[in-house]
Write a protein that binds this ligand. Structure first.
Ligand code: NAD
Ligand code: G3P
Length: 335
């Protein structure tokens, strides 16, 4: 029987553990806090992140990383992106030699501008063949009701994607495979930044033309960055590209979109952060995405104004003026 451990008892870690367990994978959830672990283990619930959701009784939970990883085939990582490096360094000594490390995270590391799979290879000292990523339009608020959804599992090794696909495929959760790890990760990380922009526009009361324009030009930014980093352009027309972009930018369940909407309504950054209980990855990753773009000489004007509004005191109105007054361009420049 395939065995998995999921690190992180937040909303996506717990939900993906539920999916794995329901698909017949022997699954253990690792958490930092004993009370959350006890609730999963004893009462089959995670009242903090998924109140009211009944988890599969077969899903185990522990605070002991070494015990959780014993004989694991998949070590699944679902902590906030900026904490991955530090956390993984403490877990690394216990990772079984044959295990595949799987990233559920949608962020880019600050300072290094690395994708999560790159951080994993660095810290766990494993080759790319032992790393996979899962990304797609996967809003937890819908998945916990078992509403139909699809995702992408990506790895440079086809055997790995095949095994992971099998480990998480369900009648209501359809997993597709892809070998373009770079594209799948970039789609997931950059759409959070674009969702912040769409949220700001919605909060300002702007309409559907603006939203559609931001999403489409956002996809152009993702594609330009992807082209510079060697991604397959077709990936961005898929679930981890356009699919996730549409879901995140249009859903009130998205934390990134909601974060932007609060800023667009006039809340201060401090008020918006206080109102956001869970991880909105784009808030930090907008800076690392922009750094990455600058390193590769890629223009990302929407990302630039998101950094301006979120971190540098630019007003939403100034951001709108800045985007609209750029020099006219051909639609497909840089792609
Ligand atoms: N929630 C979703 O709908 C969803 C869907 C797909 C992908 N993701 C991605 O999954 C990743 C995790 O998001 P989430 O929704 O589970 O976040 P979350 O905020 O719900 O949970 C984060 C988890 O990490 C833990 N945590 C926080 N700081 C930590 C630290 N310093 N060290 C160790 N653990 C820490 C928290 O206690 C919590 O268990 C993000 O990259 C997110 O973009 C989320
Ligand atoms: O709630 P968000 O904005 O972190 O988005 C969640 C998922 O990434 C959607 O696929």
């Amino acid at each position: 029987m395939t065995k998995a451990v999921v690190f992180g008892t937040g909303s996506w870690g717990t939900t993906f553990a539920m999916i794995l367990a329901e698909a017949g994978t022997s699954t253990t959830l690792w958490g930092r806090r004993a009370e959350v672990v006890e609730a999963v283990e004893q009462r089959h619930e995670n009242p903090e992140y998924l109140p009211g959701v009944r988890l599969p009784p077969s899903l185990r939970a522990t605070t002991d990383a070494a015990e959780a990883m014993e004989d694991a085939d998949f070590v699944v990582l679902a902590v906030p992106s900026q904490t991955l490096r530090g956390n993984l360094a403490t877990w690394q000594p216990h990772i079984p030699d044959h295990a595949v490390l799987v990233s559920l995270m949608k962020g880019i590391e600050l300072r290094t501008s690395k994708r999560m799979s790159e951080v994993i290879c660095d810290v766990a000292d494993v080759p790319a063949e032992r790393v996979a990523v899962v990304s797609g339009p996967n809003l937890v608020g819908e998945l916990i009701r078992r509403e139909p959804a699809a995702t992408v599992v990506a790895s440079v090794d086809d055997k790995v994607t095949g095994r992971l696909q099998e480990a998480c495929h369900l009648p209501w959760f359809r997993a597709y495979t892809n070998s373009d790890v770079v594209g799948v990760e970039l789609g997931g990380a950059v759409k959070n930044v674009i969702a912040l922009a769409v949220g700001v526009a919605a909060g300002m009361g702007l309409g559907d033309n603006v939203r559609a324009t931001l999403m489409t030009r956002g996809l152009a930014e993702i594609s330009r960055l992807g082209a510079a980093l060697g991604a397959d352009p077709h990936t961005f027309a898929g679930l981890a590209g356009m699919g996730d972009l549409v879901a995140t930018c249009t859903s009130p369940l998205s934390r990134n979109r909601t974060f932007g909407e609060n800023l667009g309504r006039g809340m201060t950054l401090a008020e918006t952060i206080a109102a956001t209980r869970q991880t909105a990855e784009g808030v930090k990753s907008c800076e690392s995405v922009l750094d990455l773009a600058r390193k590769h000489d890629v223009e990302m004007p929407i990302t630039e104004v998101v950094v301006g509004v979120v971190h540098d005191g630019m007003t939403p109105r100034e951001a709108a003026v800045m985007l609209m007054s750029r020099t006219p361009k051909p639609e497909r420049y840089g792609v």
